[in-house]
Design a protein around this ligand. Structure first.
Ligand code: SF4
Length: 466
């Protein structure tokens, strides 16, 4: 029996890029490739890059060089670079890294088949708007037994001045509701019960579907009603008006998690204006007050950028005050990255790197006691916990996430007993809390156990970082 050719995937960047990696793994699988966890054994290595800010670009280039070494030392015959860095800088990558055999952009995922069939040119980078996920492009889920990201749309029509994503991913285009529901049904049949709905601009979902126009609320309700789905989570919502139906679902549908990820980026009106965010601090306050009033037990996550050109000490002080008023449950802080293709590149009054770093440190420090208090408030309460598997620290210590923790970004839950297994869902009592993690004791029997023979662990996709 001839040996199957082997493929290894490095997946960098955000969950949306992770979905693209999984789609390419599905294509490789259908082309007869064996997916391996060791790059030294792979005949084809794919590096699915991120390219939206400087640090992500550096990480991608380091990964490309690291994998290129396997062309000398390992079994690698072809190195394929895909994703946002390829979309943005394919000409430079082709010129400066001869080890790269093929380049595919963020819209060329399915052309991996041509590469694997050995019939492809070196640079295949086309339009960023060249592809939109379909349920028929069966993917290989890499996120464990019970959880999956579902991309509901691609691209973005907004023009925040610091952001290059619209250039890398094209105009906003939503998937039809029926196609997403079909994919979620396929995932539920594989044992998935948590779906994390992602896109660049989740709140804009459905506006562009013409005659099949739909609202995010309609989609969420249909996804949440798929048999077997227990957790539906919404990520990447622009702080626009949330419709009443969506708030009702967040507050009352048993399978829609009271969890919102809504990057706000800043809270000073003058900075928001230069960021071209299209709204003011007053609007952000109103949105938070409405969410908290309508959705009990809401877990609210956001993200801010510090060091944006022209950000003064008083702008920053306003941001700190806002964070102390809003008391977000989860908060990500990024330092401004001066991207040469973004409109913000031309702005004056750049904030020195040291000052930007200090503001990053001070905002994280201001948030820490707030996150700690939110976590400690759960001690003594019962939560639902998805078991992810053995901890990195010790194989006998099992870890997971409770409903208020999104994958990869929100801390984790430690089990006091090891009689739980990956892919299970348990009710558990919180017995201890740290700043970001919880320790729990299970209560009663498992709420959900993967169907026998459906046990599967996430593929060893290396390097995925949010
Ligand atoms: S909404 Fe998000 S993806 Fe779109 S331009 Fe703004 S920051 Fe970029």
């Amino acid at each position: 029996m001839p040996q199957r050719p082997t493929l290894y995937m490095v997946s960098l960047g955000c969950p949306k890029n992770r979905v693209d990696s999984e789609i390419m793994l599905g294509a490789a699988n259908r082309a007869g490739y064996e997916l391996v966890g060791d790059p030294a054994r792979a005949r084809v290595i794919v590096v699915n890059t991120c390219g939206f800010i400087e640090s992500a670009k550096r990480e991608s280039i380091d990964a490309i060089f690291e994998m290129a070494a396997h062309k000398q030392e390992g079994a690698c015959e072809r190195l394929v670079v895909t994703g946002c860095l390829a979309q943005r800088h394919h000409a430079e990558l082709a010129a400066e890294i001869p080890e790269i055999d093929h380049l595919l952009g963020s819209g060329d995922l399915m052309r991996l088949q041509e590469v694997l069939a050995g019939k492809a040119a070196r640079d295949l980078v086309g339009s960023a708007a060249g592809y939109l996920v379909r349920a028929t492009d069966r993917r290989v889920i890499s996120t464990g037994q019970a959880s999956a990201y579902v991309k509901i749309a691609e691209g973005c029509d907004r023009r925040c001045s610091f952001c290059v994503i619209p250039d890398l991913r094209g105009k906003h285009r939503s998937r039809p509701v029926a196609d997403i529901v079909r994919e979620v049904e396929q995932l539920a049949a594989q044992g998935v019960f948590e779906v994390n709905l992602v896109s660049q601009d989740t709140i804009a979902y459905g506006h562009d579907l013409g005659a099949r126009k739909a609202s995010l609320a309609e989609l969420v309700e249909k996804v949440a009603n798929v048999s077997g789905i227990r957790w539906v989570r919404l990520l990447y919502l622009y702080p626009d008006e949330l419709d009443d139906r969506l708030l009702e679902l967040l507050a009352g549908h048993e399978s829609v998690l009271p969890y919102i990820d809504m990057p706000m980026q800043h809270a000073s009106d003058s900075v928001l204006k230069r960021m071209r965010r299209g709204h003011s601090k007053a609007r952000l306050r109103k949105t938070i007050e409405r969410l908290r009033k309508r959705v009990p037990d809401l877990t609210l996550r956001t993200a801010f950028i510090v060091g944006f050109p022209g950000e003064t000490e008083s702008d920053f002080a306003e941001l700190i005050d806002f964070v102390q008023w809003a008391r977000f449950d989860r908060l990500g802080v990024f330092r401004f990255s001066d991207e040469d293709t973004a409109p913000s590149y031309g702005l004056e009054d750049k904030v020195p790197a040291r000052e930007s770093y200090n503001r990053w440190r001070r905002l994280m420090a201001a948030q820490r006691p707030i996150a700690k208090a939110a976590n400690h408030a759960l001690v003594g309460r019962d939560v639902q916990v998805l078991v992810e598997g053995a901890s990195e620290e010790h194989e006998l210590v099992m870890v997971g996430r409770h409903a208020g923790q999104a994958p990869d970004i929100d801390g984790q839950v430690w089990f006091t007993n090891s009689e739980v297994s990956a892919g299970e869902l348990w009710k558990a009592t919180v017995v201890r809390a740290t700043d970001y993690d919880l320790v729990v004791e299970t209560v009663g029997k498992a709420l959900h156990k993967p169907a026998r023979g459906k046990a599967r662990r996430g593929l060893p996709v290396i390097g995925s970082r949010v």
